[in-house]
Write a protein that binds this ligand. Structure first.
Ligand SMILES: O=P(O)(O)OC[C@H]1O[C@H](O)[C@H](O)[C@@H](O)[C@@H]1O
Length: 534
């Protein structure tokens, strides 16, 4: 029997055993939670028992997680389909040496970091100015990994933002760039074009639009542009002066790139000290991930809970529910991180997977979600494992009572999912309301909560730069561990290519330069509609 078979067998053998029953054995909360560097990860409200955990850990061991982890940290080319190392961790562990192709890459990482820091300080101190003086606003133009990381983090760290205001433009929909630029003054705006490849059509199109917007008022628009890319020839071609370009290596995946130059907008907004604390938080999680035994290892156990729910229990989605308004972009960030990394159909060697790959990840901050989709989570026919996140303390001491309410709601949701409400309890409620007979019976049934629905909760002291670094690195490593266990390459993204190619071919058809012959009838019909005048 493989570890997968053992897990499936164990799961089937205990089907129907309520999670609540597991709490009758010993100190489950303490034994099925992990504390590390001030954070608490509770996975006791899942059906994982001691034997299931042993089997999951055995699965991780048999999948070679430890060796692969070492290979990642030491710069081996584990992104096999692109022939690249995977070294985003090097961006937040700036000391030391790591060789790729026989060359220590760290001196260049440190040098780029120093240039990034100097530039951020210059902008913040008013030494780099626009035509109209001190920079008041920065606009990061990028998409995917060149947008979601800094956008998510800038919102998360809003209480620390004391530099120019940061804005983010990603969508090729002109509405986005239009609405972001409209209220800004080109004379005091700095545009950062962030694109690993510097070919992404959305980013290049928006950058061109921003350049025209700038050129209408500013004599030297290039002086108010900076770029972040691995393709330095293309940034020069675009006209951005070399001293305003921050490069990075191809071993930083787009969705893992917030830690380096792609984080420039964040660094300018919150300052180099806070950015450094963000890196330190990531590095602390790296150290924990490398050193802690699997059973005490937060990313490993988070991954194993994920494997349990998705591949063993068959729950196809997971909800990420931050009870932290400033983490409202975290679900979107994690959608790219998790789904672009682990949404694959073949194993590393190209053979079809015989298990499901990563789950659909979705979510919204609490308490908002409670008034929207939690109905389905509590009473729908499908089980949605939930991942709650909550800080012990908010940033608004005057509003501590609101933070308590937020916390009460978060804990209440996890409790409600676990406990549910039985038919007998629902009947008693209806009786207390004065109902009886058939009407009592009918109404009671609608008020039953099946309960026994799994959730995990991550608690952290406060959403500081350090904590945010820990959280983001925690999720990165969770994705890594899940990917290794599934036997896939978490670091390529071939699945985004086909749509891009077809979009390139459709644009001339929509503009009338080419005809739609050869397209399917549905596409032709829609092209006709879009090209018609009424
Ligand atoms: O940074 P860029 O090269 O512009 O890429 C931006 C994004 O677009 C691509 O399509 C990829 O799917 C993403 O992984 C990437 O983050």
């Amino acid at each position: 029997m493989t570890p997968w078979d053992d897990l499936r067998y164990h799961h089937a053998a205990h089907a129907g055993r309520p999670i609540l029953e597991l709490f009758e054995r010993g100190d489950r909360a303490a034994h099925f939670s992990i504390r590390a560097d001030g954070m608490l990860f509770d996975y006791s409200k899942t059906a994982i028992d001691a034997h299931a955990r042993d089997l999951l850990i055995r699965l991780a061991e048999a999948s070679g997680v430890a060796a692969r982890r070492e290979a990642m940290f030491t710069g081996e080319k584990i992104n096999e389909t692109e022939g690249r190392a995977v070294l985003h961790t090097a961006l937040r562990n700036l000391d030391g040496a790591i060789e790729v192709d026989g060359k220590d890459v760290m001196p260049e990482v440190r040098e780029t970091y120093a240039r990034m820091e100097a530039f951020a300080r210059d902008v913040r101190a008013g030494r780099v100015t626009g035509q109209g003086g001190r920079i008041s606003d920065i606009v990061n133009i990028g998409i995917g990994g060149s947008d979601l990381g800094p956008a998510m983090a800038a919102l998360a760290l809003a209480p620390h933002a004391d530099g120019p205001r940061a804005h983010f433009v990603s969508n090729v929909d002109g509405a986005h760039v239009h609405d972001v630029l409209a209220p800004l003054d080109p004379e005091t705006t700095l545009i950062i074009v962030a694109s690993k490849t510097f070919t992404t059509i959305e980013t290049m199109t928006n950058a061109e639009t921003a350049r025209k917007w700038m050129a209408a008022k500013v004599a030297e628009p290039a002086a108010q542009f900076a770029a972040v890319s691995t393709a330095l020839d293309r940034t020069t071609e675009f006209g951005i002066p070399a001293e305003r370009v921050l490069g990075f290596a191809d071993w930083v995946g787009g969705r893992y790139s917030v830690w380096g130059p792609v984080g420039l907008s964040l660094m300018i907004a919150v300052g180099p000290e806070n950015f450094a604390a963000f890196l330190k938080g990531g590095a602390a999680m790296d150290a924990h991930f490398r050193d802690a035994p699997f059973a005490e290892n937060m990313p490993v156990m988070l991954a194993l809970v994920g494997i349990w729910h998705n591949q063993i229990c068959g729950h196809a989605t997971r909800a990420v529910l931050p009870y932290d308004q400033r983490l409202s972009r975290l679900p979107a960030y994690l959608q790219q991180l998790e789904m672009e990394s682990n949404g694959k159909r073949v194993a590393m060697d190209g053979t079809a997977l015989d298990i499901h790959s990563g789950p659909v990840v979705w979510g919204e901050p609490g308490t908002n979600g409670q008034h929207a989709f939690y109905q389905l989570i509590h009473q729908g026919t499908r089980i949605v494992p939930c991942e709650f996140l909550l800080a012990r303390e908010g940033h608004e001491p005057d509003l501590a009572h609101q933070h308590r309410l937020l916390a009460a709601n978060c804990l209440a949701q996890a409790e409600a999912l676990l406990r549910g409400r039985s038919l007998a309890e629902a009947r008693a409620l209806m009786e207390a309301k004065g109902l009886n007979g058939d009407e009592l019976e009918r109404q009671a049934r609608h008020r039953v909560f099946p309960g026994d629905r799994p959730s995990t909760t991550l608690l952290y002291p406060k959403l500081t730069p350090f904590t945010l670094g820990q959280i983001v690195a925690l999720y990165e490593h969770r994705v890594f561990v899940e990917g290794v266990i599934l036997g896939i390459n978490s670091f390529d993204q071939w699945g985004v290519e086909l749509g891009k190619e077809l979009a390139g071919a459709l644009e001339p058809i929509l503009s009338g330069r080419e005809d739609a012959a050869g397209k399917d009838a549905s596409t032709r019909m829609m092209v006709d509609y879009l090209r018609s005048e009424d």
